[in-house]
Design a protein around this ligand. Structure first.
Ligand code: IPM
Ligand code: MN
Length: 371
């Protein structure tokens, strides 16, 4: 298969983790005889620095001319500390989601047995957790009308949703649940918010199309508790933009490191794949950023294009790295390897899947991973 992939590695640790995802994809292309073409473009703080805007027209063009987008991270400390600027990096991602028509941000939360010791929660509580979050990303308070009073002492944001925006993501979530445990939890705040009441009405309607799927309705404050106390009770979660942002980040804590969480953003025509972590400023170019979230985002990309064998090949390599504790310090504080080395190992394993006798010592010595 020929795939044109736009690479927007962005800011902070984005470039170094995205490089590892590309390594894995290049190994897949070589092993399975595909043609993957990578076209890089600027987004975020780096784009502001170079062009004055967070999403240059050229970047959008590269994305639209590609089959899909691989995204790194966005944001910068300098902007975070200065709330007086009108232009900031994150606008680049929000505009990109909008201009590409992406509406479902899908975030799998999988607790791997190999990482049970890394979870902040008791093993028996998290073992077996497997949640799929469908976060709406085309609307809500992220895109509603906003503004400030002239004297700057008052501001507002508007939380908007339409029935059709809610029903399309709900259908996607219900459909996904059919090949899972057939349970969907809607998380909202419908005891207070009008938009949440529309969510509840709409999801109840959509659920009639899926009689075999159990629907659970939960307020977000309750969900914040339940994600921690009984994470295994969740299967597919469907929720709005802002609630999904918070809940998915909270759920990411369960798995042991936010660095391993991947996501897929899907629209009618375009798609984008990105790790859920941010720019991790204190880790930039130290070789300590975990590239697994970026690499697993590449797995979601391959699955999206129907390349199931290829997706499994990367996933197996990732699991092997976890089993062997060949990982960055967030997961292995005692004997970690660098970001690059994790990427090298995974690419090597993809190309040599039958080689079970890898010389692990060589990885620590910085030599080839394969004997
Ligand atoms: C995420 C991020 C973004 C969001 C930011 C960078 C705009 O936090 O993908 O979760 O809030 O959607
Ligand atoms: Mn977020």
């Amino acid at each position: 298969m020929k795939l044109k992939i736009a690479v927007l590695s962005g800011d902070g640790i984005g470039p170094e983790v995205t490089r590892q995802a590309i390594k894995a994809l290049k190994a897949i292309a070589e092993y399975f005889k595909h043609e993957f073409e990578f076209n890089t473009a600027l987004v975020g703080a780096i784009a502001i620095e170079k062009t004055g805007i967070p999403l240059p027209a050229e970047t959008l063009k590269v994305c639209k001319e590609s089959d899909t987008v691989l995204f790194g991270a966005i944001g910068s400390d300098t902007f975070d500390k200065n709330p007086y600027q009108d232009v900031f990096p994150e606008q680049g991602l929000l505009q990109l989601r909008h201009d590409l028509g992406l509406y479902a941000n899908i975030r799998p939360v999988i607790v791997y047995n190999y990482l049970l010791d890394n979870s902040p929660l008791k093993k028996e509580r998290v073992r077996g957790t497997n949640i799929l979050i469908y976060r709406e990303i085309s609307a809500g308070v992220f895109y509603g009308k906003k503004g400030s009073s002239k004297d700057g002492t008052a501001s507002f944001d508007t939380f908007n949703y339409t029935q059709s925006q809610i029903s399309r993501i709900s259908r996607a979530a219900f459909t996904a649940s059919l090949s899972r445990r057939k349970k969907v939890t809607l998380i909202d705040k419908s005891n207070v918010l009008e938009t949440s009441r529309l969510w509840r009405k709409t999801v109840l309607e959509v659920s009639k199309e899926f009689p075999e799927v159990e629907l659970d309705l939960m307020y977000v404050d309750k969900a914040a508790e339940k994600i921690i106390t009984t994470p295994k009770d969740f299967d597919v979660i469907v929720t709005s933009n802002l609630i999904g942002d918070f809940i998915s980040e909270q759920a990411s804590a369960l798995v042991g490191s936010k660095g391993i969480m991947a996501s897929a953003s899907i629209g009618e025509k375009y798609s984008l794949f990105e790790p859920i972590h941010g720019t991790y400023p204190s880790a930039i170019q130290k070789g300590i950023a975990n590239p697994t979230g970026a690499i697993l985002s590449a797995v979601l990309l391959l699955k999206h294009f129907g390349l199931a064998k290829e997706a499994t090949a990367i996933k197996k390599a990732v699991i092997k790295a976890m089993q062997l504790q060949l990982t960055t310090p967030d997961l292995n504080a005692v004997n970690p390897i660098t970001t690059e080395k994790v990427g090298d190992f995974i690419a090597d394993y993809i190309l040599n899947p039958d080689l079970t006798d890898m010389n692990i010592e060589n990885i620590y010595l910085g030599q080839s991973t394969i004997i």
